[in-house]
Design a protein around this ligand. Structure first.
Ligand code: SF4
Length: 501
């Protein structure tokens, strides 16, 4: 047991997460001791004191003998600093500056200068600095194109996109994966309430449409797995979205730049459902293997085969989907670097348009705890979870595989307690980037979100009092819908005076 003690609340959160990143398998508690002289003290199995966050990082580094790939950064958006650096260094240049990349595809002096600064300032490794720089450049370019001729600027100087994007959440899946950190439910368990959920959702969509006219810039239907709805329900969902938000007109007028539906699980995909998506103008879908190793799919509770992944992908291509994303996860239980390499080989054969590489997020329990949980669920022993060195090599292999497929990294985010302090990275071929992913991660546009657990983010040009931060002035206000599916249905039925109780 390690106790993290800080003399101020503001430091506590950071100190706890930094300690957890260095020592992921230890039990760590945290508390504020206002009268404590040192800013941070670690007691118990480890004893150390630090006056600043930087001192804490170097003390933990010396103690463990390791650097963290993202150095001192524990936040979810490490690329933000790269974006700021670029803005600062490109300031005064023309609006669309010449691409600073060298002809060999590296970013030459710019990247080197940034990497040196990033290590000096935050101890970020050269490899991570390189990815952050490339992503910041790519996002800057895409956002400039979306802005058009008249950039909008927040009162703090940050550029943003006027208008809004739409998220619709379907919190059901064919079965619940053992590692799932979303509040998704099995469609089989909720079968008798899916129609009521959809009715509740349509009411919320209607209300949001009345509040914010005009068309969304992008539409994203996610979850969960939206294609776990049956064909008739999926048709009804997309028809209601068309009617409420005038999507066909917006797509035709070129105002809606992207329409994504997460087809996610291959065991939810049928030709009929893909045809429904096509008829409604969906431009981008995801078919997510997570792994192409059958032993792993069995262990993590994905009730489908690797052949179903190949079949679903092939079917989508034959029906004309020319922007298909695939998700994979590094560090799944029992997987080695060789397994990841084989998964990447099979993905290269399918040749998707974009690839999102996640690292297994470990929430609240250690790797050993997760193995136990998975073993209980699968009724057998799972293999070991790879150590951080091996996960790091898997991530590197994915980077090179994506490059070989002609993709570049275009968005990145981290989760708290992610295995080995790594990150999730989206790669895409040119013009195939998921615009919604950039908008939501970079927080450069309002997102109206409908559905259980969905989170609306409203961006204001002038700062407004933020109730979630004790009235502090911020540009972004977040409003979260209730996560519990039954409670979500109940609230919307109450709102309209209906009850099925
Ligand atoms: S498919 Fe995704 S959302 Fe559904 S249970 Fe698995 S991890 Fe969770």
């Amino acid at each position: 047991m390690i106790r993290v003690k800080c003399n101020h609340n503001a430091t506590l959160y950071y100190a706890y997460h930094l300690a957890k990143a260095f020592l992921p398998d230890r039990e760590i508690t945290s508390e504020v001791i206002p009268e404590q002289e040192d800013a941070v003290c670690l007691e118990g199995e480890i004893s150390l004191r630090a006056a600043t966050e930087r001192d804490l990082y170097t003390a933990l580094r010396d103690l463990t003998g390791q650097d963290l790939p993202w150095g001192m950064l524990t936040g979810v958006r490490p690329t933000k600093l790269a974006t700021l650096w670029l803005e600062e260094h490109l300031a005064g240049q023309e609006e669309h500056p010449a691409d600073p990349a060298a002809s060999d595809g590296s970013c030459g002096e710019w990247q080197q200068a940034f990497a040196e600064w990033f290590y000096r300032d935050r101890f970020v490794s050269e490899a991570k600095a390189k990815v952050a720089f490339q992503i910041a450049r790519k996002e800057r370019k895409i956002c400039r194109e979306l802005e058009g001729d008249e950039p909008s600027v927040l009162s703090d100087g940050k550029r943003y996109l006027p208008g809004w994007s739409l998220y619709i959440g379907i919190p059901f899946c064919p079965s619940v994966c053992s590692y799932c950190s979303f509040s998704s439910g099995s469609i089989h368990v909720y079968r008798d309430r899916v129609d009521r959920y959809l009715e509740a959702l349509f009411r919320e969509m209607q209300q949001k449409a009345q509040m914010y006219g005009t068309w969304p810039s992008t539409v994203y239907i996610g979850g969960g797995t939206p294609t776990s709805l049956n064909e008739e329900q999926l048709e009804r969902l997309l028809s209601e979205a068309d009617r409420i938000f005038a999507l066909p007109e917006g797509l035709k007028a070129g105002k809606i730049r992207e329409y994504t539906v997460e087809a996610g699980r291959p065991d939810s995909i049928t030709e009929g459902k893909l045809r429904v998506l096509k008829q409604h103008g969906v431009t981008r879908i995801s078919i997510n293997p997570q792994s192409m190793q059958q032993k792993t799919l069995d262990v993590i509770g994905r009730s489908h085969t690797t052949q179903q992944i190949r079949d679903a992908f092939q079917m989508a291509r034959e029906l004309g989907f020319d922007n298909i994303n695939m998700d994979i996860i590094a560090g799944l239980p029992g997987e080695t670097q060789a397994d990841m390499d084989d998964t990447l080989r099979q993905i290269r054969e399918m040749s998707p348009d974009s690839l999102t590489v996640h690292s297994l997020a470990i929430k609240r329990s250690s790797a050993i705890g997760i193995r136990k949980k998975l073993a209980e669920k699968s009724g057998g022993e799972t293999g070991p979870i790879a150590d951080s060195g091996e996960i790091s090599r898997m991530i590197d292999d994915a980077y090179h595989a994506a490059r070989e497929m002609g993709m570049e990294p275009y968005y990145l985010y981290r989760q708290k307690s992610i295995a080995g302090n790594f990150e999730n990275i989206g790669y895409a071929r040119p013009e195939k980037e998921g615009l919604y992913n950039i908008l939501i991660i970079e927080e450069v546009q309002s997102i109206l979100a409908c559905g259980a657990g969905a989170s609306t983010k409203l961006l204001y040009p002038e700062p407004v009092p933020n109730p979630a931060r004790n009235g502090q002035l911020t540009h972004m206000i977040r409003r979260e819908n209730v996560k519990d599916i039954d409670e979500y249905i109940r609230r919307w039925e109450q709102e309209t005076g209906e009850s099925h109780a």
